[in-house]
Design a protein around this ligand. Structure first.
Ligand SMILES: NC(=O)C1=CN([C@@H]2O[C@H](COP(=O)(O)OP(=O)(O)OC[C@H]3O[C@@H](n4cnc5c(N)ncnc54)[C@H](OP(=O)(O)O)[C@@H]3O)[C@@H](O)[C@H]2O)C=CC1
Ligand SMILES: O=C(O)C1=N[C@H](C(=O)O)C[C@H](O)C1
Length: 265
């Protein structure tokens, strides 16, 4: 069976890479794109795509779904847009595969419930790179023995959300095995706001944004006389594509929402 795929955010850094991945993937067909520019045109008319890529661009997701009947919607847009896309998609029993980050905890809860009610598969993966998923799993394991931990995530300076979805997920996974605890000196004070980073159950998360970076993260564990650093680097967006293909195939077997690729490997 050929999986009919639509992509939201097709002009973006991730979206254009995903378009090229899906059109070259056996067993998948790209049937539509969602964008708020170039509406009514075809991807073939955009310079960044091959001139024979005859895939229609829609502004409205409901209309896209009704006219092109995708099985899966890949969302690679923005924290502001993604929640509505996933909701509309689930309400029409189209399975979302979501890379976009920046969900609130409440939004995530609502979508988990909606997917269950609709009996429709959905994957929200803060990171599609297998190396990053392993970094998170290894960090969770290390935290059982070394509970003093700080997370440093480093990204390009076009990123909209901080901390990154990956850093937040890492902290959540660590929190499953680590009692909440304050770290650092009990009397420490910030003499400059933000110096100690964000606080997740006592773990500190630091976000670096610089041109030249792609997506990187270090999880640093401190113990008596020792330090353990677990680091992952994505040097380009190709690093995420195998994960996207895997999730598009996997979501066809699901009837609920899965948050994090580590849960379906
Ligand atoms: N899970 C993972 O492994 C990864 C996740 N990401 C996440 O994916 C998302 C996209 O990242 P990236 O490609 O770098 O970002 P970009 O800003 O390069 O791309 C986002 C694209 O979505 C478009 N867009 C924004 N709002 C809408 C909307 N309402 N409808 C349709 N299109 C819209 C933007 O258009 P315009 O620019 O004109 O506003 C842009 O073309 C981010 O949330 C990022 O954190 C990124 C890398 C890996
Ligand atoms: O915006 C990005 O680039 C990335 N976003 C995701 C995140 O927030 O964790 C995944 C990856 O780090 C790249």
């Amino acid at each position: 069976m050929t999986i009919r795929v639509a992509i939201a955010g097709c002009r973006g850094k991730m979206g254009k890479e995903a378009v090229n991945t899906v059109v070259n993937q056996e067993g998948m067909e790209l049937v539509a794109a969602l964008d708020y520019k170039h509406v009514g045109e075809s991807l073939a008319e955009l310079e960044m795509f091959p001139p024979d890529l005859d895939v229609p661009i829609f502004l409205n997701l409901k209309q896209l779904i009704e006219e092109t009947k995708p099985d899966v919607l890949i969302d690679l847009t923005s924290p502001q847009a993604v929640y509505d896309h996933v909701k509309v998609s689930l309400l029409h029993n189209v399975r979302p595969v979501v890379g976009t980050t920046g969900f609130t905890d409440e939004q995530l809860e609502e979508l988990i419930q909606l997917a269950e009610e609709q009996k429709t598969g959905c994957i929200i993966a803060p990171n599609f790179a297998i190396g990053a998923v392993l970094m998170m799993k290894f960090a969770k394991e290390a935290a059982k023995y070394l509970p003093n931990v700080e997370i440093i995530e480093l990204h390009h300076d076009r990123k909209l959300d901080a901390p990154s979805g990956t850093a937040k997920k890492t902290a959540q996974m660590i929190a499953e095995v680590r009692e909440a605890q304050k770290q650092g000196h009990p009397l420490e004070e910030e003499t400059m706001k933000g110096a100690r980073g964000a606080d997740f159950e006592g773990m500190r998360i630091h976000s670096v944004r610089l041109p030249g970076l792609v997506a990187h993260q270090e999880v640093i564990f401190g113990g008596k006389g020792q330090l353990l650093t677990i680091r992952h680097d994505s040097f380009n967006r190709e690093s995420f594509m195998d994960g996207i293909v895997y999730c598009v195939e996997k979501v066809m077997e699901l009837d609920k929402l899965v948050y994090g690729m580590e849960n379906i490997l």
